[in-house]
Write a protein that binds this ligand. Structure first.
Ligand SMILES: N[C@@H](CCC(=O)N[C@@H](CS)C(=O)NCC(=O)O)C(=O)O
Length: 204
């Protein structure tokens, strides 16, 4: 029997963070395909967003709450450090990721994925995203001083942010920006090589 169930869609960057955390902890999970705003999702999250996890009688939504729960409730390595300074640094990245997600995924990537009704890509939306996108990618590049965002080993900060960064390797303007950011490019390549990343990647 699996340790818990994730309700999400495979494309969800947030859902992927939860799946990566489970795999890094050596946990098993069932993946139940539930799109945002399905009845099963709205039953738990009034805002209809995925992911959700179910563990016995417990249902949790909001990815950072899920991650905290999974890290604390199950055995395996811990990905929120016990040191208060380090855990504050992890939380800082998790919180920053909410802004990165708005720019990188909602404003930028989804403008490619869901074009205008006339089927043209929403160029205006993409153009408006480029300045904050470059600022955010540069900020992460500047902050990186090795293979991980916090300290010298994997933390939940990496799992929160990596799925969003991975999408940035797939679109023209963002991948051109990444080419000029060596720390970030190396970082993405390193996390991409992990089992938890390979096993949660979308089939091509
Ligand atoms: N704050 C939420 C954000 C989750 C989120 O935005 N999920 C997307 C899928 S990646 C979603 O469900 N979007 C549907 C919507 O916003 O209506 C969390 O941390 O879990």
């Amino acid at each position: 029997m699996a340790d818990f169930t994730i309700l999400s869609v495979p494309q969800s960057n947030f859902g992927r963070s939860v799946a990566m955390l489970a795999l890094e902890k050596g946990l098993s999970f069932d993946f139940k395909l539930e799109p945002p705003h399905s009845d099963a999702v709205k039953e738990v999250n009034p805002f209809g967003k995925v992911p959700i996890i179910k563990h016995g009688d417990i249902s949790i939504y909001e990815t950072s709450a899920i991650a905290r729960y999974v890290d604390a409730a199950f055995s395996g390595p811990k990905f929120f450090p016990s040191d208060p300074v380090a855990t504050a640094a992890v939380e800082q990245w998790v919180s920053l990721h909410n802004m990165f997600d708005q720019t990188m995924i909602r404003q930028y990537a989804l403008a490619y994925v869901f074009p205008h009704e006339d089927e043209n890509i929403n160029r205006e939306k993409i153009a408006n995203a480029l300045e904050p996108l470059e600022k955010q990618l540069t900020m992460i590049d500047d902050a990186l001083d090795g293979d991980f965002l916090v300290g010298d080993s994997l933390t939940y900060a990496d799992m929160a942010i990596y799925p969003t960064l991975h999408y940035m390797t797939q679109f023209p303007e963002s991948s051109a920006m990444l080419e000029k950011l060596p720390n970030l490019s190396k970082y993405i390549t390193g996390i991409a090589a992990r089992d938890s990343s390979i096993k949660t990647a979308l089939a091509k």
